[in-house]
Structure formats: C-alpha cells, structure tokens
Design a protein around this ligand. Structure first.
Ligand code: PMV
Length: 313
C-alpha cells in the first residue's frame, strides 16, 4: 500500500508572545530540527469510511468515531475532508510521530494538525494551499486554547520566518543574515491555555496597564523586524532582554525560566528570553558560533533538560 507522508516543523516565537493575542505583531520562525510526521495508509481490511488513528507518543490508538467530537485529531480529519468536499474518507490508518515536546511552547499541536492535513489531502488526491492548511489548523488551535492568535499555525504551515499580526495578511520575513539561537527546555510542561487565561484575567482587571505593556512589546517587535531584515542580528540581544523584562511584568516568567536565562547571559549569550506561553517550556538565547558550546553547557548545568541549536535563515 502506498503511504502518503507529510512533515511539519516546530516553531519558536522570537518576539511578541502574549501581546500578539491582543492584536500586536509577533515574529516567529520554524525550527526544522524538530518535526512531526503524519503517515496515511489505505486499510483494505477496514470498512468503508473507517479511519484508525495511531499516535504512540501520546498513547493514542483509536478509531476516529470513538473520539470526542471536539478531539483535536477528530476535528482536523473532519475539517480537512470537508474542505476537500470528500463525503467520506476511504478506510485508512493515520500514524503520527513527533520529536516536538508537547506543551513546551514549540507549537506541537499546530505541527500535528499541519502534518495530518497535508498527508490526508495527499491521500485524498489533492494538495491544499498553505493559507488553507493554516486556516484549518487555526480552527483546531481554538480547541487547544480558546483565543489563539494564529501565529503557530501560520509559521508552521508556511515553514518560513513571519512577521505576524492577527487579522492582517501574512508577511514573510526576509532574514538579512542568518543567526544562531539555542533553545533550552525547562522540562516543565506549561499548557498555553493556562498562561493566556491568566494574562486575560489580569488585563480585564487593569486594561490600561496591560495595554501599555503590549504597546511596549509591539515597539520591540517592530525594531526587531528591521534589525533582522537589515542583517543586524547581533543587536537583537538587547531587544530580547527588554522583551523578557516585559514578559516578566506580564507575570508569565518563572524562577526556572529565569535561572536558564541568567545562565545563558552569564556564559556570554547576547540576549535571552522565554519563548511561547511561558511559566514552563523553553527559553531562547542568541549566541555566536564561538560561544554557543559554552552557553549550551551553562544551560545544561543550570538544569536545562535539552538544548537545541537552530539557525534562523
Ligand atoms: O506556547 P505556544 O508556543 O503555543 O505560544 C503561545 C503564544 C501566545 O502568544 C502566548 C499565545 C498565542 O496564541 O499566540
């Protein structure tokens, strides 16, 4: 039986998380060292329309119609079939494999959606444009956390650095000169819904203060965009540190993230901040080829559960 396979990368937010939920811009980039893969194979032994889902990493082994109607995988399969006008799906098995850690700010949910949408569309004999893939994944992101900005599905579907603002046309970001980042995992799972909800409650209680913080973050994102486009990435470090100060003020940092950030800066990183929802998950540090190994070692000594190198290009 032929297999229809599609891959989707992880992502990190470089600048602008949380403020992006409130209409400010953010910059996000794909991380190709981590991937989710979906494989669709016809199942000649199953009855018509039966779809079997296998995701060993999350102990899922189920028929599609056994899942809750609002289960993200059920929704993604149904929305893809609906988009393609397929009245039923010829019996098949969908296997999902992923090296992207769950609930760590790396976009694992959106990557699963994008990989499944593309593999299923190929199985059904069609390819979908990136914008449609992103739009379907966005519907599923809403199940993961009520008010997603849409940045995860956009960058993962496009596989390119993006300057993203909710409700505006997607703007791919030209990277003037590649630069190197380390991504260090605190090992603490942190569902995005939780921190997004907490920021929302705080914003509801004091909108003026929080709107001002979001505006300051937006100004940093705009400056970062021109530095990245002009190839002046060495100067991004200062903006990362300033963005982190504002994230701390939003209340989404944690002692564990701060420990990693300080370890990176002490070892010579040009800048460091949390990335994604915060509280747990990952931090990112801007490094040079020369100091990358020392910074990585310092992060590990400070308790990082894993350190990944990625070149933004
Ligand atoms: O934790 P992640 O990678 O899903 O990133 C969340 C980013 C937020 O800005 C906090 C939420 C969003 O929907 O953009």
């Amino acid at each position: 039986m032929p297999a229809f396979t599609a891959q989707a990368p992880a992502k990190i937010i470089l600048f602008g998380e949380h403020a992006v939920v409130y209409g400010r811009p953010a910059i996000a980039v794909p991380v190709t060292a981590l991937q989710t893969r979906a494989i669709v194979r016809a199942d000649p032994h199953a009855s018509h329309g039966q779809v079997h889902l296998l995701a060993p990493a999350v102990q899922l082994d189920a028929w599609l119609d056994e899942l809750e109607p609002n289960h993200p995988l059920r929704r993604v399969v149904e929305l893809t079939a609906q988009e393609l006008g397929a009245a039923y799906i010829p019996a098949c098995q969908i296997t999902i494999q992923s090296t992207i850690p769950v609930a760590s700010g790396l976009g694992s949910g959106a990557a699963v959606s994008v990989a499944v949408i593309r593999a299923l569309a190929a199985y059904l004999g069609r390819a979908l444009p990136d914008e449609t893939v992103s739009a379907i994944a966005y519907e599923v992101e809403k199940i993961h956390h009520g008010t997603p900005s849409g940045v995860d599905n956009t960058v993962i579907a496009l596989r390119k650095a993006v300057f993203f603002a909710r409700g505006q046309p997607i703007q791919p970001l030209r990277v003037g000169r590649p630069f190197l980042l380390l991504i260090a995992d605190s090992g603490i799972p942190s569902p995005t819904a939780l921190t997004v909800g907490e920021v929302r409650s705080a914003w509801q209680q004091n909108p003026t203060h929080y709107e001002a913080l979001f505006d300051q973050i937006a100004a940093i994102v705009v400056q970062a965009r021109s530095l990245i486009e002009n190839g002046s990435s060495d100067h991004l470090g200062d903006l990362m540190n300033r963005n982190q100060t504002l994230l701390r003020e939003l209340g989404v940092s944690s002692p564990e993230l701060e420990r990693l950030i300080h370890a990176a800066l002490r070892a010579g990183a040009l800048g460091a901040k949390l990335s994604g929802g915060g509280r747990g998950g990952n931090i990112i540090a801007l490094v040079s080829e020369v100091n990358a190994p020392v910074v990585a070692q310092s992060l590990e000594e400070a308790g990082a559960k894993g350190v990944i190198r990625t070149t933004v290009q």
